[in-house]
Design a protein around this ligand. Structure first.
Ligand code: PLP
Length: 434
């Protein structure tokens, strides 16, 4: 059996069938904005390998940090031990994060950091004598990960409906509809206000992806919505959780998506680009108020602890990644990417199968009536040597933040070609995820 044949028969891929496996490509190496295939072809990674490869693949500074750390210690349990990579990273992360979020819990993936955030919120209220405050309010159209609590906080009509039986029911407000750069209409927050009002004594926290609802909606909404959320939380004592896993680290322009609104949460989750996409690591950051309340409760311990918590290799990678973020002008790079995309892609609005084109920072979304066929998608990837991974009815790009104009031009050409192809007429199967 060739590796590809073995793969097809025995290995599940994300949101994929083992019966009718979608095509996969054999990747051999990756550097900069490109992934090299086993046959020597090189594809531009227009989705930053699910939005995490912010500085490009195999960045020499990050690879070197991992190599150096690997010679000393690849892993040690975080229960009963600490180590320099974790301490250095925690300090850098607190300095990089919005002011006041300096208490750090290291998790091993984005989903786990969201679970941890929700547990912190519940433990906070329990410590304050309100164990009945154990529900989370989330937004329709949101996405917070694939584990069961995260599914329960993601869009109730989204990709996880199959598992309704496994999920606890939480609360949802309507998907924000006011566009990012439109006029703010306070009616947009009415459902949020009403839901908070009706459940104020049982809500532990409100969670959202600030400004950019990614995997379930590709929706950019108005920053004033976040200020309204902050106000409601202050008024009712609910904690505010911002999930910056997709939108953080300059993806939408500023360092954090919440910076568009100057609203700060009580708890924030980061992941994806944290290590520049080199190793898996996420973190939950909390304010002193949250941490101190938990510490004064019973138990005083915060009740979570994954096996690979604060893995030293991942911490070293994240530290090097943060150094890159602080030494380069990422906001300016991203602004240029936004302009390059806008110039090329906005005219697609006139195509018959295109519903809308939305661009914010280094995110370009072409919303289609319906995607072209899988054959057309593969054909476009191979013809342009640009790796795209459309889902639902979205053709989108979230390229590495270091992409130059030529790279963005090639990505835009591939997207234009794809958006011009006819809509698929066969029923959709499983390829639903980002
Ligand atoms: C990807 C993502 C997650 C989940 O992160 P994983 O590392 O895949 O577990 C959570 N929240 C948001 C907003 C995401 O985009």
């Amino acid at each position: 059996m060739t590796p590809l044949e073995y793969d097809r028969s025995f290995i599940w891929h994300p949101y994929a069938s083992l019966k009718t496996p979608p095509p996969v490509r054999l990747a051999r190496s990756a550097s900069g904005v490109e992934i090299e295939l086993a046959d020597g072809r090189r594809l531009i990674d227009a989705v930053s390998s699910w939005w995490c490869v912010a500085h490009g693949h195999n960045h020499p500074a990050i690879v070197e940090a991992i190599r150096r750390q690997s010679e000393k210690m690849c892993h040690v349990m975080f229960g009963g031990f600490t180590h320099e990579p974790a301490v250095v990273l925690a300090e850098k992360l607190a300095a990089f994060a919005p002011a006041g979020l300096d208490r750090v819990f290291f998790a091993d993936s984005g989903s786990i950091s969201v679970e941890v955030a929700a547990k912190m919120a519940v433990q906070y209220h329990t410590a304050l004598g309100h164990p009945e405050r154990c529900r989370i309010l989330a937004l329709k159209g949101g996405y917070h990960g694939d584990t069961s609590l995260c599914m329960a906080l993601s869009d109730p009509d989204g990709m996880h409906t199959l598992f309704k039986g496994l999920m606890t029911s939480h609360l949802f407000a309507d998907k924000p509809a006011c566009p990012f750069d439109g006029d703010w209409n306070p009616a947009d927050a009415r459902s949020l206000v009403n839901t908070v009002d009706a459940h104020r004594h049982e809500i532990a926290a409100v969670i959202c992806e600030p400004v950019f609802q990614a995997a379930n909606a590709m929706n950019f909404y108005h920053p004033a919505y976040l200020r309204e959320m902050r106000r409601l939380c202050d008024e009712t004592g609910a904690l505010l959780i911002f999930d910056e896993i997709a939108a953080g680290f300059y993806r939408t322009g500023p360092r954090w998506a919440q910076d568009h609104a100057s609203a700060t949460p009580d708890i924030m989750t980061v992941g994806k680009a944290l290590t520049g996409g080199h190793l898996t690591l996420a973190a939950t950051l909390a304010s002193a108020r949250v941490a101190e309340a938990i510490s004064n409760g019973r138990p005083t311990a915060f009740m979570h602890g994954p096996t690979f918590m604060a893995n030293p290799l991942a911490c070293a990678a994240a530290s090097a990644s943060l150094d890159l973020f602080t030494s380069g002008d990422y906001a300016a790079n991203v602004k240029r990417i936004e302009d390059w995309f806008s110039r090329r892609l906005m005219p697609l609005k006139d195509l018959p199968n295109v519903v809308d084109v939305r661009i914010l920072g280094a995110v370009a979304v072409v919303e289609m009536q319906r995607l072209p066929s899988q054959t057309d998608i593969s054909d476009v990837i191979d013809k342009h040597n640009v790796w795209l991974r459309p889902f639902c009815n979205f053709i989108y790009a979230m390229p590495p933040l270091v992409s130059d104009e030529r790279t963005i031009g090639r990505i835009a050409s591939a997207m234009m070609d794809l958006a011009s192809r006819p809509p698929d007429t066969t029923p959709m199967d499983s390829d639903f995820h980002e």
